[in-house]
Structures are given as C-alpha cells and as structure tokens.
Design a protein around this ligand. Sequence first.
Ligand SMILES: Cc1ncc(COP(=O)(O)O)c(C=O)c1O
Length: 387
Amino acid sequence: MKRIEAFHHFWDTINNLSRIRTEPLHDFGMGMPPTSLFPTPSLLTHSMKTALDHGDYSLYMPARGPLDCLKEICRFENARLPQKCSKYGPDSFALNSGAIRAFARICEHILNLGDEVAFPSTSYFSLSSLVEERYTPRPFEFRDFNFDFASFKKVITESTKLVWLCQPNNPTGLYISDSDFLKIIEYLNERKIWLLLDESCDNFQMEAKSWIPPNITSQNVIRIKSFAKDLNLAGIRLGYTIADPALISALNYMTPILDGNPPTIAIRAITAHFHELFCGADQNHNIQYELNHKKIQESFNSLKVAIVKADVAKEIVFPEACYYLLVKLKSDKSSDQFFLDLINNTGNIVVPGTVFGYPIDECWVRICFARETFSLEKLVLDIKSQL
Ligand SMILES: Cc1ncc(COP(=O)(O)O)c(C=O)c1O
C-alpha cells in the first residue's frame, strides 16, 4: 500500500468516526502535547500578543525572514556546533513555513519530476508521500532500526539526485550515528548528490545522547528545522532551513515563490525566544522549557512501565529523542485492523505502522506519549483488551 493511501485511510476513519461518535476520541496519534501538560513559555505567548497589539499582522516580512531573527538563529546554531567546526553566517539561514513546506519547496527547486530520490523504507509519511507522488522513490532498508550502509549504497544510482533522512527518524526516534553519518556525507559528496536532513524531531533527547549537528562543510547538505515540536508551536507554521548561502539565495528568488512570506507574529515570538536563550533576562523562559522536557520524560517512563507490565509488546523501540514510541504488539491482526478495532471499541487513536511503510501484516503502532500519565496507563489497558 502506498503511504499516502494509508495516511488517508487513517484520517478518513478518524474524521468519519468523530462525526457519529458521542464520546470524545483520545488522540495518541499525531502528537502535539496539550498546553495543560506542556505550557508554552510565557515569553512566546507574550511576544505574540504584543505583536498583535502593535498591529504587526498587517506587515509582510522579507520572504527569507528579517535579519535580526536570522542572526539570533545563527547564534543559536553556532553555539551547538563542536568547537573545531567553522561557524555559520546568517546568510546560511532562511525562515520557512514549517518543515513539510520547506521540504516541498526545496524538492521543487533541486529536482525535476521523476528524478530518483532515496530515503529510508520506514520513515515519516508526509515527506515520503510527496516523493512517491512526484518523483521516483528509491527506499533503502531501514527495518532493523539501524542504518545499513551496504543496503543504502545498493539503491544509489547514476540517476539519484537526492537522499533525505530524518535525524532522528520518525517513527523510531533513533538517530543515525555520527560515524555512519559522516560516511553518508562523504559518499554523497563524491557523487554530487543532495542530502536533505529533516531535524524536526531533534528535541527532548532521552539521555545525554544528543546528536551533534554537522556544519555544512559540504555544499550538498541541507538541514530543515521546525518549531512545531520543541516549542509546541505547530499552529504558527514556522521553521528554518540551513544550507549553503548560494542555495538559500536561490530558494529565496525561485519562481514561482511557493511559500509567500513567513508569518510576522510568529517571527516576533521566535526572535524573542532565541534572544532570551542567550541574554537570559527572563529566567522563567528557560525554566519552563526544562520543566516541559522533564514532563515528557516522566510520561515516557509511565508508558514504558505500563506496556511491560501489561505484556502487550513483542518488540519495543526505545526512542532517543522526541515523544513517540514505536511498538510491535502481541497481536495477529494487521496494524490497520488493530487501529480500527482500537478506535471503534475504545475511542483511542494510535498510528498504524502502514502509514510509515511497515508491512500491513505486522502489528506495529506508534504512540505519542506527550500525554498525561493516567491517560497513557488507560490506553495500555485498552490496547490489551483489543489484542
Ligand atoms: C519528521 C517530521 N518532519 C516534519 C514534520 C512536520 O513539521 P511542520 O509542522 O513544521 O511542517 C513532523 C511533524 O510531526 C515530523 O515528525
């Protein structure tokens, strides 16, 4: 089944059911922690309100983002780089209206319809669906949750124009190791193939194991970031792209301009956020962020304990980051059938593995654990009742 079909089946089921069901549905699907569990740092909401009060909604901003915002982001990214790396300049950055739009826009610019694009066989649906629809997909094996260089090399041909990876991957939450990563960059560099990294899930690391982002010593590497997850701002549609200045500039002037201008209200808030990370006048800002992180970890632990105690899993993939748990259930049902039974009989939504490219007959599901502990415990009991 194509991922886009699996994705539509997932949403059609939810939308149809929510129209006829009297009881509410419980969403452990797409993510987005509730603000009751995960309060937005007040600096962000305050900055957005101030921008509204000033009438900033009437303004266009430069398509690439205003320089003060790009400089703040640049300072933040440079601080994350290892000491020995050369630093970025603001001309390596452009704002975008979310990672999915950024991906589509970059593909539009660097690819022709039908070009070969390689990506992990099990991966984030929005990007892989786009590739399936418009280009020639060349998935490489990613089923053991580890990057396999031999399998990767097999799918790269003379016609491959782009490789994209999520770092960490979604749905597993696992990072590709630094050493594999360097090998990939070197290999693609030699062949002059673009490497696009979607870093939307590079947040809420479970242990000290945070990924060290590479500086773009290679002109072929493009990184895209989103504020949807780490700041819980999926609704403001903002993120940024990091790439060689020539590509950034070309994206800015591409025709047709696909994105319009990024939203001014959101830009004000993000500029204040990055400024605060360095200037630190508003202590509550960083404290709130750390508290949110701690809560996500607690939720993860309760889900893990509940799953083990209820003995519902054949296999659990322990994520290194973000807030999704991928689990293969002790059930002979297909993941789609399990999803249907769970939602129809208990009102709980989890994402069936088919949406990410897992075979239909394996009962993989992805659970978002950025939820209250008690609801996660109840979910696991409901899962057990449907095995
Ligand atoms: C890997 C990945 N990329 C992109 C997105 C969507 O990002 P945005 O909302 O910024 O378009 C998500 C959201 O879940 C994601 O997990």
